[in-house]
Design a protein around this ligand. Structure first.
Ligand SMILES: Cc1cc2nc3c(=O)[nH]c(=O)nc-3n(C[C@H](O)[C@H](O)[C@H](O)COP(=O)(O)O)c2cc1C
Length: 354
């Protein structure tokens, strides 16, 4: 099977979630024996359609522009058994690069009018390959894709073989070891294999690909914290990801959410302890977390029987957590104090990632 994939993301590498999702699908397709070429549209010269209809009359099937779309992309598009279109969701629809590309496929249509599924349409000039459509979006609800789904189905009709819509895209990275992201990765690779083997993605695999990673209640406090940290540090989100910048909690609630997010369940399978935090200063209050056989629970107030109690000004602990201050040095300088099993403190780095 010959497959041609178009990626319209402006970004690349681990920051491009379109690229990550596409890469895994392509990996599965190659494993199943397909020959896959990926075209990164951002690297191509594709001018806007100027609506002259030259491609419909004067030079049938050939666009007036002599750019990469005319010379390279459109001829290739028609040669393949399957085409993948992958776009980030921008303002609830395809991004401008993908839209420009789609408009420039006008030469493959004929000018004549026909009725298709009860509505006016143009027939194709050529046999067109089936399409797998991929989009990724930052928001957590699947409904963020509603407008795009409508458009994609209206545009591609029966040409559409599969649609992959991945929410909470910014929580996906190739280096992520979390169970949810790992399962999505496996499901995408499996989806690629299935497409080659049976020209469809099974319902079971699709459910795994689309499985929610988070919800608004969980994502918003963490996301807002990350944006605020970027604003405070004067860095972009991309810089923050590359440098492993840790969002700085501004309340006990956000501190607990962050700890929950950073918790590495697989490293804490045999651990069993409770840590109590008594914070002072601008953000004063008490909270605790319990780690028990790979599970992580948090609570506000006092726990009944903590193994370790940490007394610290909130700002000092946040400096340590965000790696602005050295925990050992701060301890020696008595900026915070502990009671109980101090070995837990030394092992904290094992149980929590960035
Ligand atoms: C201009 C712009 C518009 C966006 N619009 C939306 C949107 O409507 N809904 C959404 O959930 N995410 C939106 N996002 C977030 C992107 O969909 C998300 O960051 C995605 O991962 C981008 O793809 P990339 O990682 O390949 O660059 C937008 C991002 C940008 C830059």
């Amino acid at each position: 099977m010959k497959v041609l994939a178009f990626n319209s993301s402006a970004r690349t590498g681990d920051v491009s979630k379109t690229e990550i999702v596409l890469d895994y699908l392509v990996q599965g397709m190659r494993e199943a024996g397909a020959e896959v070429e990926v075209i990164e549209l951002r690297k191509k010269k594709i001018r806007y359609c100027i609506g002259c209809f030259t491609c419909w009359t004067k030079t049938p099937g050939i666009c007036i522009h002599k750019d990469d779309m005319t010379k390279e992309i459109l001829p290739k598009y028609l040669e393949n058994d399957l085409v993948i279109l992958a776009t980030p969701l921008f303002h609830y629809t395809v991004n401008a690069v993908m839209k420009t590309f789609i408009e420039r496929t006008l030469p493959i249509a004929l000018p004549f009018f026909e009725k298709r599924d009860g509505v006016t349409a143009h027939p194709y000039r050529h046999k067109v390959p089936p399409i797998v459509f991929i989009s990724v979006a930052g928001f957590p609800e699947e409904s963020v894709f509603d407008a795009l789904k409508f458009y994609v189905n209206f545009l591609f009709h029966e040409q559409l073989l599969a649609e992959i819509y991945r929410t909470s895209s910014e929580m996906i990275s190739k280096s992520s070891t979390g169970k949810k992201v790992s399962d999505i990765r496996e499901a995408l690779i499996q989806g690629g294999r299935e497409l080659v083997q049976s020209m469809k993605i099974s319902q079971e695999t699709m459910t795994r690909i689309k499985k929610p990673i988070t919800n608004f209640e969980e994502m918003a406090p963490l996301g807002n914290l990350m944006w605020q940290t970027c604003i405070n540090e004067g860095v972009t989100m991309g810089d923050a990801q590359k440098s492993g910048l840790i969002p700085r909690p501004d309340s006990i609630e956000t501190f607990l959410i962050l700890m929950k997010f950073a918790f590495k369940a697989n490293k804490a399978r045999d651990a069993r302890f409770t840590i109590q935090f008594n914070f002072s200063g601008q953000v004063a209050g008490e909270c605790y977390f319990v780690i028990e056989n790979g599970r992580f629970k948090t609570g506000l107030g006092k726990s009944s029987n903590p193994d370790l109690v940490i007394e610290s000004p909130f700002e000092v602990w946040m400096d340590i957590m965000t790696k602005k201050a050295d925990g050992q040095k701060m301890f020696m300088e008595k900026k915070y104090t502990t009671q109980g099993d101090i070995s837990i403190l030394i092992r904290m780095g094992e149980f929590f990632g960035n």
